[in-house]
Design a protein around this ligand. Structure first.
Ligand SMILES: [Zn+2]
Ligand SMILES: [Zn+2]
Length: 429
């Protein structure tokens, strides 16, 4: 079972993400089955990068707040007005009571039949079990100001639990228990949001996962743009000692599969779109014909997961990050040459799409412990202190060592690289 984050911005679309929407796919009887959990503002756009909308097998709407359902209107248009004729049949939409009327109202002026020719709307209920293809989806009524559900999705012997919007409630235990991955609302910040009965905080999400028991991996989501994401992570980490991540658009996780249903795979790796990266490179080369020929540049992403890649590319594109650090041993293990001063590389986001062309202008190889405060500052992540740089990079390098079968130490050789953005022109330094 594969989970792809389409949108994860809490309560409204953010500058970097649509509102809530998650694509869940599994192979069954010779084809890929695709269901969507929520269709919040803006989700329909990037959803089309992942799946042909006519191929969706069902939509599950957790509740009727716009940030979870409003893009159903666009989906209706794609089914009804497609050139060459409407998509045949009705798409199953599972949603809270009154959903069909609400959808028709959102699409003001719709005739009496509403969207009934396009959608078969089925009303959810607490502990209702819906089966389709490889999926068994159990809905649990959760704790939100309107009728709202969380979804426990089972397929291939693995479990994905999605809370939708909720505050703490006993229903979270059967929803989450034993889930390989728990995708949990963490919109509220402890100490800032005291109101009850609307959203979890990172800490309350972690407490619910611990109470339920057997949760393999905690992914915090529905974080609004006005939150400091790292505060949410830290509040959860006070309680939760297992794998903990923040959802980011384009992030994927594969549960079970080839390794058997023993739990989540690693984060999901980023598959870079090398052709798109080389196209961006060609655009840059076309306006800089005098540059020496250096062959095709590497097309890479920062970090080792879609979520981290997205977080770090944002520090480059929107922030001050102009340096990066990598293990010499990892370059060797991956068969990649070390960077060269004056050479270029294409950096991608967590969706594998290229964002910028970077040019390396300074390199130093030295032991991990030789990093200094200026380099940490230039790496431009989080609070930019040496302390947080060491903390974050020790964790990252430990994962890298595990991946390549090396032993971690503070003497590991590290490539300290400073770079500038050279393309596209609107982002270039
Ligand atoms: Zn919401
Ligand atoms: Zn809501």
């Amino acid at each position: 079972m594969k989970l792809t984050v389409i949108g994860c911005s809490g309560s409204f679309a953010g500058p970097d993400s649509p509102a809530s929407s998650y694509l869940v796919q599994a192979e069954h009887e010779g084809r890929t089955w695709s269901i969507v959990l929520d269709l919040g503002n803006g989700a329909l756009g990037p959803l089309q990068r992942q799946v042909d909308l006519a191929d969706l097998d069902a939509v599950f709407i957790s509740h009727l707040h716009p940030d979870h359902c409003v893009d159903i209107c666009g989906l209706y248009v794609t089914r009804k007005y497609r050139p060459g004729g409407a998509v045949p049949g009705q798409l199953d939409v599972h949603a809270p009571s009154g959903a069909a009327d609400r959808f028709a109202l959102m699409y003001h002026g719709l005739e009496h039949a509403g969207m009934s020719a396009e959608f078969a709307v089925h009303e959810l209920a607490d502990e209702l079990v819906t089966t389709l293809g490889p999926f068994t989806v159990t809905s649990y009524r959760v704790n939100h100001p309107v009728e709202a559900y969380g979804f426990r999705v089972e397929a291939d012997g693995v479990v994905l639990a999605y809370t939708g919007d909720t505050d703490a409630t006993p229903a979270l235990s059967p929803l989450l228990a034993g889930a390989d991955l728990a995708l949990m609302d963490s919109a509220f910040v402890d100490g800032r949001d005291d109101v009850q009965g609307i959203h979890l905080s990172g800490r309350r999400a972690a407490e619910a996962a611990v109470t339920a028991g057997g949760v393999g991996r905690l992914v915090l989501t529905h974080i609004p743009p006005w939150n400091d994401r790292e505060v949410c992570r830290a509040q959860a980490a006070e309680i939760w000692s297992g794998p903990l991540e923040l959802a980011a658009p384009g992030g994927t996780w594969t549960l079970g599969g080839a390794d058997g249903p023993s739990g989540a795979s690693e984060d999901g790796t980023v598959e870079v779109d090398r052709a798109a990266g080389l196209a961006l490179w060609a655009d840059y080369r076309a306006v800089h014909p005098a540059l020496p020929d250096e062959g095709e540049p590497p097309v890479e992403c920062f970090g080792d997961s879609p979520a981290l890649a997205d977080e770090l590319i944002a520090f480059v594109v929107d922030g001050p990050k102009r340096a990066t650090a990598g293990l010499v041993a990892a370059y060797a293990a991956d068969g990649d040459p070390l960077p060269r001063v004056g050479a270029h590389w294409v950096a991608c986001g967590g969706d594998g799409q290229p964002r910028v062309v970077l040019r390396t202008h300074e390199l130093r190889v030295g032991p991990l412990h030789s990093v200094d405060a200026q380099f940490a500052w230039d790496e431009g992540e989080y609070d930019r202190t040496l302390e947080s740089w060491l903390d974050g990079h020790r964790r990252f390098f430990r994962r890298e060592c595990e991946r390549i079968g090396a032993e971690f130490s503070n003497d590991l050789e590290v490539v300290f690289e400073r770079f500038s953005i050279v393309w596209p022109p609107e982002l270039a330094d």
